[in-house]
Design a binder for this molecule. Structure first.
Ligand code: DQA
Length: 146
């Protein structure tokens, strides 16, 4: 499958920021892990990270134009308030899985609400970097079922 993996704001700081919550692995290492696991599973993986809402929306639209089969997105804090990213996901008709490294439901109240998850086929959270691979697996199963 042709899969786009999008990471939002501050995820490039993983390994540096709040190590107790997000762990010590660098963002670069997590990207390598996603790429390696994706290739093993026979996927074509494109990785994208941005701290800007508009750039994330542009990338989602690009996924539509370039006919991607699936999207894995960790919108970072945009999860909790970006209706624009919600609309962008809804608008492209590509199966999208939301991922969070941390268990957002066990944290501050504002993290318990995702405005982007309702535009996705599902959400994976609390499994660290493995969440991206679990999301890949979800896209594979969904693709097989169609
Ligand atoms: C996060 C959770 C968000 O609440 C937070 O703003 C992030 C990271 C996660 O992966 O656990 O930046 O998306």
């Amino acid at each position: 499958m042709k899969i786009m993996v999008i990471n939002g704001p501050n995820l490039n700081m993983i390994g540096v920021r709040e190590k107790g919550v997000y762990g010590t692995k660098s963002f670069e290492d997590i990207c390598k892990y996603i790429n390696t696991e994706g290739e093993k599973r026979g996927h074509e993986i494109t990785l994208f990270q941005s701290n800007c809402e508009g750039e994330i929306i542009d990338e989602l639209q690009k996924a539509y134009l370039e006919k991607y089969d699936g999207i894995i997105i960790n919108p970072g804090a945009y999860t909790h308030y970006s209706y624009a990213i919600h609309d962008a996901i809804k608008g492209i008709n590509i199966d999208t899985v939301e991922v969070h490294l941390s268990n957002v439901h066990a944290r501050e109240d504002f993290r318990k609400k995702s405005v982007t998850a309702p535009a996705c086929i599902g959400q994976m959270c609390g499994f660290g970097e493995h969440g991206y691979i679990l999301a890949m697996k979800a896209l594979e199963l969904k693709n097989l079922a169609e």
